[in-house]
Design a protein around this ligand. Structure first.
Ligand code: ZN
Length: 314
């Protein structure tokens, strides 16, 4: 019998937006000419970005995020930004930047540049494309901001098709980062804690969240964040799911947290409101039927899925 056979096991991460990446990265087995090799493949496809927006070609069949090399060249692809994401069904997948200018105005209805939040919310591209686009956006942003060595200050160059950079002077290697963030729902019986940042859309409440710090476990980060932001003590912490969050390179790690105290002391610097919500109230918010118009983040967001799991539990 397998270790997992006698456990309740369901991978909730696949319910989250940006989670469907099927690209085979082969990060450990790449030659330095892997990009040149990829460009020779007849079925190579390129994801293009104008700043933080993904380019889409528009046709009768809908939106397509993949461009041929010729199409990418015609869009002004910046060759020095080109990276290899990996392979999808043995077809190379590249990513590159194009000039931000009037990508949209120039081409009217044939090309659109769409920000990644809108892409995920609207569900206009398939989940595997959305995951690849998240990977591409995070990597392109990292390369664009790591042209110089953090050790000696000299120039760095791209290696392995984009899986790392190497300093031309001191040979130090630099690797793209992922920033872990804990996001949690504190629960006391039939109610949970939601907070409201001043940055949120009107009426929206969400889970509390914060970056995991050095020398800290996920569970300790959850306990610290809830204590800092809501003044509530936390006992048991249960991991629920994770979500790549390409703004620019976070990994959201979602948990349910057992509240051991109930008096809320909100952190006024981060939150404009923070309070207990009953399970019934949360159900109305998720359904878009709250009498005061209060709501949760959209379904593609991990916060929505964490809250939903609580709302639907018996
Ligand atoms: Zn250096």
């Amino acid at each position: 019998m397998s270790f997992f056979d006698n456990r309740v096991f369901r991978e909730h991460s696949h319910d989250n937006g940006f989670s469907g990446n099927r690209i085979d990265r082969q990060s450990e087995h790449r030659a330095d000419d892997c990009i040149v090799e990829a460009t020779r493949h007849p079925a190579v496809g390129v994801y293009l970005f104008a700043e933080d927006r993904a380019l889409m070609s528009v046709s009768e069949d809908g939106l397509s995020p993949l461009f041929s090399l010729a199409e990418a060249g015609a869009r002004g692809m910046q060759a020095d930004s080109l990276i290899l994401l990996g392979h999808s069904d043995d077809e190379p997948r590249l990513a590159a930047m194009v000039p931000d200018r009037e990508q949209e105005q120039e081409d009217g209805a044939s090309i659109k540049a769409i920000d990644l939040r809108s892409l995920a919310i609207q569900g206009v591209v398939s989940p595997d494309h959305l995951g690849a686009i998240a990977q591409a956006r995070s990597l392109l942003q990292w390369h664009a901001t790591h042209g110089f060595c953090a050790k000696c200050g000299q120039e760095t160059e791209i290696k392995g098709g984009g899986v790392r950079r190497q300093c031309l002077s001191c040979d130090a290697q630099h690797f793209p980062r992922v920033d872990p963030v804990s996001i949690m729902l504190a629960i006391d019986g039939d109610r949970c804690v939601l907070g409201r940042s001043p940055r949120f859309l009107p009426g929206m409440y969400s889970c509390l969240a914060g970056f995991i710090e050095q020398g800290e476990t996920i569970e300790d980060a959850v306990r610290r964040e809830v204590l800092e932001e809501a003044g509530i003590k936390i006992g048991r912490v249960a991991y629920f799911s994770s979500q790549p969050w390409p703004f620019p390179s976070s990994l959201m790690i979602g948990c349910h947290a057992e509240a051991l105290s109930t008096d809320i002391v909100p952190d006024d610097d981060e939150l404009e409101d923070c309070r207990w919500f009953t399970r019934e109230e949360v159900r109305l918010m998720l359904a878009g039927e709250h009498p005061d118009g209060l709501k949760t983040p959209p379904r593609m967001a991990i916060a929505n899925r964490i809250i939903t799991a609580f709302a639907e539990a018996d």
